[in-house]
Write a protein that binds this ligand. Structure first.
Ligand SMILES: [Zn+2]
Length: 249
């Protein structure tokens, strides 16, 4: 099959939900995974919540930084990136970097965030990517978020203390979108939004030493090229791709 014909098999999604949530392991994962779409959706009126699962305390090659200095800096960077993106709510769960487990506690954290912020669409790492290495924390986030969406946030007898004590209600997420998948199924036209995605990414200064001088040059070129390749054959310049699960009634 010619490459352009193969590319066009993806469904082009144009709908913008009223509320969306991005669940991710480390500061900067959200901007990399879903930044173009989130920038576009926020501008269209979507209310977005970020759920950052770890404190990012392992993300440096600088041995002079203490873990406390690093986590403080990464939290500030994430807040700056979220503010810049127009993300309304930022939840920081504060689990240790590299220490995420498929645990009752972590599952409860994500279920609570879903019940509180009530997203139509949830984004997360694809836990089932087989091609290539993937950070363990990314797998854990993908698995726990999948379970949180269905059935744990939906059914009132799971984590009933959220309902009885915290006065939250169960919530049914409609769609779960994974980034970092082996085989994408859908594509969103993000033409005009890559620059914003990259500008948010360079708010994470600790992650890319020297990378914001000049602003976003290296990573920007890479993100743009990737988005341009994804969009080939669709009639727009830049695309973001995902694997999608839909909750049927
Ligand atoms: Zn990560």
């Amino acid at each position: 099959m010619p490459i352009e014909e193969a590319a066009r098999k993806l469904e082009v999604v144009t709908d913008v939900p009223n509320r969306a949530m991005v669940v991710f392991a480390h500061p900067d994962d959200a901007e990399i995974g879903s930044g173009g779409v989130i920038a576009k959706w926020v501008a269209a009126g979507c209310e977005v919540t970020y759920v950052l699962c770890t404190d990012g305390g392992a993300g440096t090659a600088d041995r002079s930084l203490t873990p406390g200095e690093l986590t403080g800096q990464r939290a500030r960077e994430q807040r700056a990136a979220a503010d810049f993106m127009g993300v309304k709510n930022l939840v920081m769960l504060g689990h240790p970097d590299g220490g995420l487990q498929d645990s009752r506690e972590f599952l409860g954290d994500v279920v609570r965030a879903i019940r509180q912020y009530r997203p139509h669409t949830v984004f997360a790492h694809d836990p089932y990517r087989m091609k290539g290495f993937q950070h363990r924390d990314h797998r854990m986030v993908g698995i726990v978020t999948t379970d949180a969406v269905y059935p744990f946030a939906r059914d009132h007898l799971h984590f009933p203390e959220h309902i009885t004590d915290d006065k939250l209600e169960p919530h049914r997420v409609r769609e779960l979108w994974y980034w970092g998948m082996d085989e994408p199924e859908i594509i969103v036209d993000v033409t005009g939004w890559i620059d914003k995605q990259v500008a948010a990414l360079v708010r994470h200064e600790s992650q890319v030493p020297g990378f914001n001088v000049p602003p976003g040059e290296t990573i920007g070129a890479r993100v743009k090229q990737n988005a341009a390749e994804r969009a080939q054959g669709y009639g727009f310049e830049h695309g973001a791709v995902f694997r999608r699960l839909i909750a049927r009634r």
